[in-house]
Ligand binder design. Structure first.
Ligand code: 4NP
Length: 156
């Protein structure tokens, strides 16, 4: 079992999409028994809330229902319960590295888009500016690359 935690700032826009898309890819490949997937936010401002309506809408338009998700903050326990902490942007990754226990390998805290074949390294935050369709496409490319790398046992 490989446990993957998708992380953004608020856990309402980007990481809920990453959780939903990664779960869909895992299910489509018949790998449900192999992966545990969750998402969380660096900040707790939106704890308990549904995903942003823009994320709910773009997910629904692509055939994914993420309305079962509720925002929660990253905890110290996440570093013992997840194998991979996958950050949506560099700021989120830096915050995770700051929280990580001293013995937690930094190579297990990664940028999602390091697994995408091209494009930016950071998923832009659509909270203020919108652009949920483009955000979805970036996250999907990252999730496909991440799953391929994990299945190849080569997430370098
Ligand atoms: P997310 O987007 O990190 O992709 O969930 C944001 C959500 C909320 C805020 C910022 C970004 N906020 O400032 O409340």
């Amino acid at each position: 079992m490989t446990a993957v935690l998708m992380v953004c700032l608020g856990n309402i826009c980007r990481s809920p999409l990453a959780e939903g898309i990664f779960k869909q890819l895992v299910a489509a490949r018949g790998l449900d028994a192999e992966y545990r997937v969750d998402s969380a936010g660096i900040a707790d401002h939106h704890a308990g809330e549904l995903p942003h309506r823009g994320s709910l809408a773009v997910a629904a338009s692509r055939g994914i229902d993420i309305s079962d998700q509720r925002s929660r903050q990253v905890t110290r326990a996440d570093f013992t319960q997840f194998d991979w902490l996958i950050a949506m942007d560099t700021s989120n990754r830096n915050a995770l590295l700051h929280m990580a226990p001293p013995d937690f390998p930094a190579a297990r805290v990664r940028l999602l888009l390091d697994f995408a074949p091209y494009g930016p390294r950071d998923v832009p935050d659509p909270y203020y500016t919108g652009g949920f369709d483009a955000v979805y496409d970036l996250i999907e490319a990252g999730c496909e690359g991440l799953l391929a790398a994990l299945e190849a046992k080569d997430p370098a």
